[in-house]
Design a protein around this ligand. Structure first.
Ligand code: AMP
Ligand code: MG
Length: 324
C-alpha cells in the first residue's frame, strides 16, 4: 500500500502520488481518496470488477448504489443525461458538495447504480481528487469506512479501518465539510432532497426557482440513498441525543458532546465548535465521535438547530443514535 502525504494545491501537473494512484485506478485497483466532504473509497466507475471490490472491502450491500465523481462537464455528460435544470445546478454548485441523481448512460455499469437506470453524479472540489479523476476515469466512491460506521474525515481513519484491503491512500489533509454531500433526485417532479448535506435545500430551491420535496418517504428495502437507512453512521458506543443538558442523568460517567464550548467544561465534556458555529461543528463531528467511541463509554450529544448545515448534522446524529 502506498503512503502518500501532504496537501495538493496545484493540479495542473499532478504529483507522482496522484499519477501512481491513477495507475491503480485504470488497472482496476481501489484506494482511499480525499474529498471536501469525507474520504472516499475509489474505483473506476466504468469497470464492474473494480466497483465490486468497493462493495466487498466495505461490506456494503449491492442494493446500495454509489456516487460517480467527475472532473468536468464533458465527463459529467458522458455518465449521465443532463437536463437544463441539472446544468443550472452544476453551474451554480460544482465543483462542490452537491450530488444529482439523473438518468444514466450506457457507460455506467449496473453494479455501480445497483441496477437502477439512474446514476448519482458529483464534481468534487478537492484538488487531489480532481487531479486523480482527470488522470484516470470517472470514479465511483462511497465513504471509505466499513458499511454503517462513522465516515472518515482524514487519511489515518481510512488506513486504520481499510488499510489491508486497498491499494493506496492519498492524504489530502482534513476534510473541509466533514459530512457527506447533499443529494437531490432530479428525475422526479417535484425534485427531492434524498440526503441533507453541506448545501442547504433552500439554496437549491432558490437556484432552481422551484420547491424541493424535503421529506421523501424512506424505502428501506431498496433505499434511494443509503444514508436514508434508519441506522447508519453509527458508533459502537451507546449514543443518546439531548436538547437540554438537564436531560443528562446525574452521575453520568460517559462523555458529553456540546455544540459550543461549555462555560466551565468538565473532564468528560467535549465541544464541536468553540462558539457553536455549525459548519465547524460538521467538520469536527465524525472525528470526535470516532475518538470518543474508542473509549467505549456511553455518549450524550447535543442536537443542533434544524437550519442550514444543522439539518445534515441532525440527520447523521439521528441515524447514529442508539435505537432502543
Ligand atoms: P455514500 O457513498 O455512502 O455517501 O452514499 C452515496 C449515496 O448516493 C447513497 O445515499 C446512495 O443511495 C445515493 N445514490 C447513489 N446512486 C443513487 C441513485 N441512482 N438513486 C438514488 N440515490 C443514489
Ligand atoms: Mg457512507
Amino acid at each position: 500500500m502506498g503512503n502518500f502525504s501532504s496537501k495538493r494545491e496545484n493540479i495542473k501537473r499532478p504529483p507522482s502520488d496522484i499519477l501512481e494512484a491513477a495507475d491503480f485506478i485504470v488497472r482496476g485497483g481501489i484506494g482511499g481518496v480525499p474529498t471536501e466532504t469525507v474520504y472516499g473509497l475509489a474505483a473506476d466507475a466504468t469497470n464492474p470488477d473494480a466497483v465490486r471490490k468497493i462493495f466487498e472491502a466495505k461490506g456494503r450491500p449491492f442494493i446500495d448504489p454509489l456516487i460517480v465523481h467527475v472532473c468536468d462537464m464533458e465527463m459529467a455528460r458522458k455518465v449521465a443525461e443532463f437536463t437544463p435544470e441539472a446544468e443550472k445546478l452544476a453551474a451554480e454548485f460544482w465543483p462542490g458538495p452537491l450530488t444529482m441523481v439523473l438518468k444514466k448512460t450506457p457507460l455506467i455499469p449496473d453494479i455501480t447504480t445497483a441496477g437502477m437506470d439512474t446514476v448519482a453524479v458529483r464534481m468534487p472540489s478537492h484538488p487531489a481528487m480532481l487531479g486523480l479523476i482527470r488522470a484516470s476515469k470517472p470514479i465511483a466512491a462511497p465513504s471509505a469506512n466499513p458499511f454503517g460506521y462513522v465516515s472518515p474525515t482524514c487519511a489515518e481513519h481510512v488506513r486504520s479501518m481499510l488499510g489491508g484491503k486497498i491499494d493506496f491512500v492519498i492524504d489530502g489533509g482534513e476534510c473541509a465539510c466533514g459530512v457527506e454531500s447533499t443529494i437531490v433526485l432530479m428525475v422526479s417532479s417535484p425534485k427531492k432532497l434524498l440526503r441533507p448535506g453541506p448545501i442547504p435545500p433552500e439554496e437549491i430551491a432558490r437556484a432552481l426557482g422551484e420547491e424541493l420535496d424535503v421529506s421523501p418517504k424512506v424505502n428501506e428495502a431498496h433505499p434511494q440513498a443509503p444514508g436514508m437507512l434508519k441506522s447508519h453512521y453509527s458508533p459502537k458506543s451507546r449514543l443518546t441525543l439531548f436538547s437540554d443538558a438537564a436531560e443528562i442523568p446525574d452521575g453520568f460517567a460517559g462523555n458529553a458532546i456540546y455544540l459550543a464550548r461549555p462555560a466551565e467544561p468538565k473532564k468528560n465534556e467535549y465541544w464541536l465548535s468553540e462558539n457553536g458555529d455549525l459548519a465547524e461543528a460538521a467538520k469536527n463531528l465524525f472525528a470526535l465521535i470516532r475518538k470518543l467511541d474508542a473509549e467505549g463509554k456511553d455518549i450524550f450529544c447535543q442536537k443542533p438547530p434544524l437550519s442550514g448545515i444543522g439539518l445534515a448534522i441532525a440527520d447523521r446524529l439521528g441515524r447514529a443514535e442508539t435505537k432502543h
